[in-house]
Write a protein that binds this ligand. Structure first.
Ligand SMILES: NC(=O)c1ccc[n+]([C@@H]2O[C@H](COP(=O)([O-])OP(=O)(O)OC[C@H]3O[C@@H](n4cnc5c(N)ncnc54)[C@H](O)[C@@H]3O)[C@@H](O)[C@H]2O)c1
Length: 443
């Protein structure tokens, strides 16, 4: 059983309530076997976590918008409130953090939490620069036997993820050659918003900016409905990475789960003209990945904003799948969305004699409840989570390298061991981003 299959198998065991042997405590400090949790970012996406959090002790709530607290306190009446996550992480007796803040703070909060020996559930994307992804991964790899991590790619629990993986691994399309993922969300902006009005009372805009460069306040960054407000700010370079961090995190996960890749050896990309304020809507990026222990080298591609891979047959209209993935093998294609898949055998030899479908007992078990998988791993870190900080940082680092290649406009060669582009100094300069003074990525 390889690592991914192991995770899926152990995950099912972790789906229900965990019974620990006498003397083993759940959190580091919770004698009741409940975790002491800080929820950072309590509105918007934070609300989606309330129901699963009520089974634990939510002891701290942190939001830069104090208006979020009264409602949250109704659900978690014993929590202390904070407006600055750096202070929140020093809350005494904390075991774990669930973080639903803006993308430009994710890697910071991940690192600071790990450095304080806290388990972390981080909303996607884990990072918005290559350097951020690498620092979080390096940090977590030193703590992986003690701490549990999960990135909020909860679609991973849809059973279709297992089915697609089985088809690829079992060779339904022969030897895997390439994978393509795409997302067709298109939210166009032209430039950072001009100064408009003043932040309402209790709204700490300077803390919202956090490590990112200074920008004037404008209420339009915060004008969307709950859980969709990220679509107001995630396309600006200083606050996010557009579709890559948005639906790209979910959709590349559908592909990533099936190919067992780590870091690419090259990246190339093209898209609409570069805008220094806003990430591209229309863009495609391509990556070369080395062989692993079950397949040869493959090419992985990401398409967004209306550009699409070429359909293997004109009668298959890929554009009808808003967010999907396709796998090309020596004997055909698998095409899928989050919930379903089709197999398209191809060529004279694609007669299925080479393919043996799995016996019932070898079918990958359901992952169970995605957040519960993390709670269970917090209480017993020998349990695995599906989207831990190694799996997720590799995936986002690849996607972010595509944005770097887009910016320099040439194919870049990547040394993933050292995190260096070997053929373009300008690209190396774009692997990291600049922070406002007073903010430390790995504090
Ligand atoms: N997994 C998913 O399916 C999914 C769905 C929606 C959003 N998200 C992710 O959730 C995150 C939040 O998205 P949203 O639409 O809820 O955004 P949002 O702008 O509504 O922010 C969510 C909450 O976090 C607070 N917040 C923002 N920055 C903060 C900071 N530095 N410290 C403390 N609190 C802070 C906001 O005031 C708000 O209450 C994004 O990273 C987004 O990618 C994930």
């Amino acid at each position: 059983m390889n690592r991914r299959e192991f995770i899926k198998t152990t995950a099912i065991a972790g789906a229900g309530w965990l019974i620990l042997p006498t003397g083993v405590r759940a959190g580091q400090s919770a004698p009741s076997n409940k975790l002491n949790i800080a929820l950072i970012g309590v509105g918007g996406r934070g609300l989606a976590h309330y129901d699963s959090l009520v089974g634990e002790n939510v002891v701290a709530l942190c939001d830069i918008n104090e208006k979020r607290f009264p409602d949250a306190l109704k659900r978690f009446p014993n929590a202390k409130t904070y407006v600055d996550w750096r202070k929140c992480l020093d809350h005494k007796g904390l075991d774990a953090v669930v973080c639903c803040t803006t993308d430009h703070t994710h890697a910071f909060i991940a690192n600071w939490s790990l450095n304080r020996s806290l388990h972390v559930y981080m909303e996607k994307p884990l990072a918005i620069s290559v350097e951020e992804a690498r620092v979080v991964r390096a940090n977590w790899l030193t703590k992986k036997t003690k701490l549990a991590t999960q990135v909020g790619m909860q679609r991973h629990a849809i059973q279709n993820f297992n089915r697609v993986r089985e088809l690829i691994r079992d060779g339904v399309i022969g030897e895997l050659k390439a994978g393509y993922a795409w997302g067709n969300r298109q939210i166009r902006r032209t430039s950072y918003l001009p100064a408009k009005g003043r932040p309402p009372e209790g709204f700490h805009f300077d803390l919202w900016l956090g490590p990112s460069p200074d920008h004037p306040y404008n209420p339009d960054y915060f004008s969307s409905s709950s859980g969709r407000n990220c679509l107001q700010w995630n396309m600006y370079w200083d606050f996010g990475v557009g579709q890559i961090g948005d639906m790209g995190s979910h959709t590349m996960d559908l592909l990533w789960n099936a190919v067992d890749a780590t870091l690419p050896t090259s990246a190339e990309a093209k898209g609409e003209p570069f805008n220094p304020d806003v990430t591209p809507v229309k863009c495609e990026s391509h990556f070369e990945h080395p062989a692993n222990n079950w397949r040869g080298p493959i090419r992985v591609s990401w398409y967004q904003g209306g550009v699409m891979p070429i359909s293997p047959k004109p009668y298959v209209d890929l554009k009808k799948i808003d967010h999907g993935a396709m796998f090309k093998g020596a004997k055909g294609y698998v095409i899928c969305d989050f919930e379903s898949r089709i197999v398209l055998p191809f060529g004279d030899n694609a007669d299925f004699t080479y393919y043996a479908s799995r016996k019932k007992e070898a079918v990958l078990p359901p992952l169970g409840h995605f957040q519960q998988q993390w709670f269970d791993a917090c209480k017993d870190p020998s349990r695995k989570t599906a989207c831990d900080f190694e799996y997720s940082s590799n995936m986002i680092e690849q996607m972010l390298l595509g944005l770097v290649a887009y910016r320099v406009g040439k194919k870049i060669e990547y040394d993933g061991v050292n995190g260096k582009v070997t053929n373009c100094q300008e690209a190396n300069d774009l692997l990291s981003r600049k922070y406002r003074s007073g903010w430390t990525l790995n504090g």
